[in-house]
Design a protein around this ligand. Structure first.
Ligand SMILES: Cc1cc2nc3c(=O)[nH]c(=O)nc-3n(C[C@H](O)[C@H](O)[C@H](O)COP(=O)(O)O)c2cc1C
Length: 457
């Protein structure tokens, strides 16, 4: 009996016939030897019952070189027009390419294979959905192939030579599309050298939050409309707690407003040294007023909105500012909520071990250069944005946090204060101090604020 190559059983099918014809006509036009009827004939075969890869290669052979087979698969895959599946008695495995980055590189099954560090599985009827952080394709595997993938996930991987032919077909497909990689013989982490600078979560975040490699809807889809109301435009300030009214600081506002924006941009630096005479409540008040107060409110059929000094993607103004006062003249030490509408500070937490740790963390983030007089902890009310945006909600909030940091820098410069952004803070600690839920509101960035060291000269 002739032993067929496992890939013999891998079936290609297309939808959207007309689009496929146009694409293949373009592809074939770059290859001189084909007949004009080729794309029509090929698409007819691919759309009615499909072709095995072996049949496709055979068909291509009469027109052109073998590499054209790959070009056809990758070109159709790039435009999400192709489905690649393997069946024995029932469906075993399906691959649905969806981006230009899709590669289908068939390799001989001559080494042990393991799953790529970018591959992940999700529950799906009858088996599992298989995904990759690359976002180039997704697929489905039956319960039998899922068992195989679980075995493959072990460091030593699986030996394809020991598998049945129908299993080899699936493994070949998944390896060709990059879901499986060579296990390596030395026990070293397989696949790590490829795209070594990318970590799993960063790559997934990048592919999922931009157009091009995403699956499903992304953008302003209002996916909770009619199911639950949006979170309010303004968070209700905590009640029953001590409130510190922030004083008007007209002289400071005048000082800041008299400077040109470009002179501020030119002068701005990250300053990690704070003066011996600490920042005072008037300066803090002017800073918060100019950088992040609520300037106005508007009710619309789409909900309530606020206006603030900085721009905000989505106009949701989901960011909340908490003020950790460590050494601010006129303001007792403690953690305060900035009520951006009332321009007040609400005392949430007296100094505690967690409170002190905020400053210790900030000191470490500043490379040991600054134990800030004031630490501004910026938190996001996540659902305010996810109510509107699908796929890009958290990315939008991080961009918005960056915009707020830029405004903090400029206002600190205009007020002749020392400011410096911090890239790393402890969200869970902030939740504990503010009494907020990790999944509803969380710290996204920090900013150190204090007096300038030269001010005392
Ligand atoms: C998003 C962001 C995060 C930052 N994180 C830190 C940090 O964790 N520690 C720190 O000392 N500086 C931090 N900085 C300040 C940068 O190091 C600084 O902006 C950069 O070195 C350029 O210097 P300059 O701001 O004085 O022009 C951060 C700045 C930004 C915008």
């Amino acid at each position: 009996m002739t032993k067929h190559s496992p890939i013999q059983y891998c079936i290609l099918q297309v939808k959207a016939k007309e689009q496929c014809r146009v694409l293949l006509a373009e592809l074939f036009a770059q290859n001189k030897k084909h007949s004009d009827a080729a794309p029509v004939k090929l698409v007819d075969r691919l759309s009615s019952g499909g072709l095995t890869i072996a049949e496709l290669t055979q068909l291509m052979g009469s027109y052109d070189s073998e590499s054209l087979t790959h070009n056809v698969i990758e070109a159709l895959g790039a435009h999400a027009l192709l489905e690649i599946s393997a069946e024995s008695n029932a469906r075993l495995c399906t691959l649905v390419p969806r981006s230009r980055g899709f590669r289908f590189a068939l390799k001989p099954l001559d080494e042990r294979l393991t799953i790529s560090r970018f591959t992940f599985l999700l529950p799906a009827a009858g088996g599992a959905k298989i995904e990759t952080c690359h976002g180039t394709a997704s697929g489905w595997v039956s319960a039998e192939i899922l068992q195989l993938l679980i075995e493959a996930a072990s460091r030593s991987g699986i030996d394809p030579a020991e598998l049945h032919q129908h299993e080899q077909t699936c493994i070949t497909m998944l390896a060709a599309a990059g879901f499986l990689v060579a296990a390596g013989s030395d026990g070293a982490s397989p696949g790590y050298e490829e795209h070594a600078s990318w970590e799993f979560h960063d790559l997934l975040f990048h592919t999922r939050t931009r157009l091009g490699r995403t699956e499903g809807s992304i953008g302003a889809t209002y996916r909770f409309l009619g199911k639950e109301p949006p979170d309010p435009a303004l968070k209700a300030p905590p009640t029953g707690l001590a409130v510190v009214s922030l004083p008007a600081a007209p002289a400071l506002l005048t000082l800041a407003r008299e400077q040109s924006l470009l002179s501020i941009i030119e002068a701005r630096r990250s300053i990690r040294a704070h003066g011996a005479i600490p920042i005072n409540l008037h300066e803090l008040s002017a800073f918060l007023f100019l950088a992040c107060r609520v300037k106005g409110l508007q009710s619309t059929p789409a909900g309530d909105f606020s206006f603030r000094p900085y721009p905000n993607g989505g106009g949701s103004y989901e960011l909340e500012v908490y003020v950790a006062s460590g050494n601010c003249s006129g303001l007792a030490r403690g953690l305060y909520y900035y009520d951006a509408l009332g321009h007040n500070l609400v005392l949430l937490s007296q100094p505690s071990a967690d409170f002190e740790s905020l400053f210790v963390d900030a000191h470490a983030s500043s490379g040991g250069m600054c134990y800030p007089q004031v630490l501004l902890c910026v938190a996001s009310r996540f659902r305010r944005v996810s109510w509107k945006y699908a796929g890009m909600s958290y990315a939008t909030q991080l961009k918005n946090a960056g915009v707020l940091l830029g405004t903090f820098y400029n206002v600190a410069t205009a007020l002749q204060l020392a400011g410096c952004a911090l890239g790393l803070g402890n969200s869970e600690r902030l939740n504990a101090l503010t009494g907020t839920d990790f999944y509803l509101e969380g710290g996204v960035t920090e900013f150190m604020l204090g007096s300038r060291a030269w001010a005392e000269n």
